[in-house]
Design a binder for this molecule. Structure first.
Ligand code: NAP
Length: 239
C-alpha cells in the first residue's frame, strides 16, 4: 500500500515551471496561494525533489496561522511531514525545510548515499533508504505509508513528477496555468525526464474541474489508470 498522491504545481501559459536557469518565478496569485496552503494543511506529508530544494530552498510550512491551529486542534503537527527525494544526501543541513517550523522531516535516499552526509542529516530528519542508485519511489511511498502517511502532496519539480507519472504513482493533479510566457527549451516542465514513447504508456486523466483563478486558470485532474494496490481516493485508503 502507498499514500494517495496529489501533485500540485503552477506553470506558465507555455508550460514551464521556472526559467532555464531554474530560477523560481511567481506564476500564480493570492487566491492560488491560499488554495495551495489549504491543500498542504490537509495533507499528511508534502514531498519535493532535491533539485527543488537546491533551486528554491522552500520551507514547505503551512503559512496560515488559522490552518496551523486547525491541524493542532486535530492533534497533528502544525506542518505536514516534509519529505525530500535525495539519492545521495545533498540536502544542505541548513535548508529551510529542515530548520523552519515544527514537524517531522524525512529524507528519502538510495544506497549510494554518502553515510557522512546522511549521518549529518539524521540530526534533523528520519532517513529512509530505498533503491540502489536513484530513490525507489514505490519503496519510499510504501515506507511512508507504514509510518501513517495516508495522503501525500507532491510539489515538484519536473524530474520527480516525471518519475511518479512513469511509475504510475500519481492519483490526482492540480495544475495552475498562469498568464505569463517563460519560454526556453531547457526550462523545466511538469514532467521532464525521458517522456513516454508509446501512446499505450501515456498517463490518462479525467478532468474534474476547470475554473478561472487569479489571472490564470486552475485545472483539477484525476488519473484514470490506477495501478494494483493504488488507492482510488483518500477515503478508500487502507481498505
Ligand atoms: P526535482 O524534480 O525537484 O528533483 C530531481 C532530483 O531528485 C533528481 O535530479 C535526483 O537527484 C532526485 N531523485 C532521486 N531519485 C529520483 C527518482 N526516482 N526520480 C526522480 N528524481 C529523483 O528537480 P528539477 O527537475 O530540477 O526541478 C527543479 C525546478 O522546478 C526548479 O527550477 C524549481 O523552481 C521548479 N519548481 C517549480 C514548481 C512550480 O510549481 N512552478 C514547483 C516545484 C519546483 P539525485 O540523483 O541527486 O538524488
Amino acid at each position: 500500500m502507498r499514500p494517495y498522491v496529489t501533485v500540485n504545481f503552477a506553470m506558465s501559459a507555455d508550460g514551464k515551471l521556472s526559467t532555464a536557469e531554474r530560477r523560481q518565478v511567481k506564476i500564480s496569485g493570492p487566491a492560488d496561494f491560499l488554495r495551495v496552503d489549504r491543500l498542504k494543511a490537509e495533507s499528511d506529508a508534502i514531498m519535493v525533489g532535491i533539485g527543488t530544494v537546491l533551486a528554491d530552498d522552500p520551507s514547505l510550512t503551512v503559512k496560515s496561522e488559522e490552518l496551523r491551529r486547525w491541524r493542532s486542534s486535530l492533534g497533528k503537527d502544525e506542518n505536514p511531514v516534509r519529505v525530500v527525494v535525495d539519492s545521495t544526501g545533498r540536502t544542505p543541513p541548513d535548508a529551510s525545510l529542515l530548520r523552519k517550523g515544527p514537524g517531522k522531516r524525512v529524507i528519502g535516499c538510495s544506497r549510494t548515499a554518502d553515510p557522512v552526509a546522511t549521518g549529518r542529516l539524521a540530526r534533523y530528519a528520519d532517513i529512509i533508504v530505498a533503491g540502489d542508485d536513484k530513490v525507489d519511489l514505490g519503496g519510499l511511498l510504501g515506507s511512508l505509508f507504514r509510518t501513517g502517511i495516508k495522503t501525500l502532496m507532491v510539489e515538484g519539480g519536473g524530474t520527480l513528477l516525471w518519475s511518479l507519472f512513469e511509475e504510475g504513482l500519481v492519483d490526482e493533479m492540480f495544475q495552475f496555468v498562469g498568464n505569463i510566457v517563460i519560454g526556453g527549451s531547457e526550462s523545466p516542465t511538469p514532467a521532464d525526464g525521458t517522456g513516454f514513447l508509446l501512446e499505450s504508456q501515456f498517463t490518462r486523466m479525467e478532468l474534474i474541474s476547470s475554473a478561472p483563478l487569479d489571472e490564470g486558470v486552475l485545472l483539477h485532474w484525476k488519473v484514470k489508470r490506477a495501478r494494483d494496490g493504488a488507492p482510488s481516493s483518500p477515503e478508500t485508503l487502507g481498505e
